[in-house]
Ligand binder design. Structure first.
Ligand code: ADP
Ligand code: ADP
Length: 237
């Protein structure tokens, strides 16, 4: 469960990123955050896994007050939260499976993953994750040989290998063509419904949010301006 209680984020230069946000997201929800560029969508996501600190209020994730986390506790906390980005963030010159393994063994230096120094159980988890997103057959192909949609599935598999409770996705389909974007959104739905992982996803395509998410949160100038079922968003916004 994610609870924003009167949360504000003011950047050091004075820009207001979030303005008194109150929000509760239950386990297993699929929530899309919509809003124009600069509305505060990324600021909201980055607060959840403590990529940055909030300025006011309290943010609780799975009963943990996020602001108090330091060192080892923070690293452990982040492992329960997967991240997916617009630009995939893969290591392009190595295989798909080694990219996925890099999440499974975060405490291991990446050069050891490259040398193949990983445990069998980690490898099994990596292959299972690739299977979940339908690209098991690409495991031993170099990441930069894949299409954009396939690369985003690798990124999704890398996140799944972490066995997260929550996945945060920052504009995961913005760089994809419309057909591929829908396929990746369907992957998110499957992961959400079959594995029970909560999904919190930023997206500027309102139609995709309505089609695939269960709940939509609209944000404007750091304030929540809509929060409700995705099917009713048309009448409300
Ligand atoms: P969105 O993801 O909806 O496009 P952001 O969360 O990135 O919006 O940005 C919200 C507001 O915070 C914008 O006015 C943006 O310019 C500002 N902002 C984002 N990051 C920073 C930063 N590091 N320093 C100062 N202002 C920032
Ligand atoms: P998708 O169905 O995910 O959109 P594409 O139609 O873009 O995939 O690609 C079809 C096939 O071409 C895929 O099997 C992919 O592996 C391969 N492919 C795409 N881009 C490249 C590339 N730059 N180099 C080699 N193979 C590629």
């Amino acid at each position: 469960m994610i609870v924003f209680d009167h949360v504000s984020k003011i950047y050091p230069n004075g820009t207001v990123g979030l303005d008194d946000v109150n929000l509760t997201i239950q386990d297993g929800e699929f929530v899309a955050i919509i809003g124009r560029s600069g509305a505060g969508k990324s600021t909201l996501l980055r607060a959840v896994n403590r990529m940055h600190d909030i300025s006011k209020g309290t943010l609780t994730v799975n009963d943990t007050n996020v602001s108090g986390l330091r060192g080892k506790a923070l690293r452990h906390f982040r492992r329960e939260i997967g991240m997916v980005f617009q630009s995939f963030n893969l290591v392009s010159r190595t295989t798909v499976i080694r990219n996925v393994l890099s999440a499974r063994v975060p405490e291991m230096p990446f050069w050891r993953v490259l040398l193949g120094a990983f445990r069998k159980e980690d490898k099994i988890t990596a292959l299972e994750s690739l299977d979940k997103v339908g690209i098991l057959d690409k495991a031993y192909i170099r990441a930069d040989q894949l299409s954009g949609g396939q690369q985003q599935r690798v990124a999704l598999a890398r996140t799944l290998a972490q066995k997260p409770k929550i996945i945060l996705a920052d504009e995961p389909v913005a760089a994809l063509d419309p057909v591929t974007a829908k396929q990746v959104m369907e992957d998110f739905v499957r992961i959400n419904k079959e594995m029970g992982i909560s999904i919190l996803l930023n997206i500027h395509h309102v139609e995709l949010a309505i089609e695939y998410a269960d709940r939509i949160i609209g944000i404007r100038a750091g304030k929540i301006v809509y929060d409700g079922p995705s099917k009713e968003v048309d009448q409300a916004v």
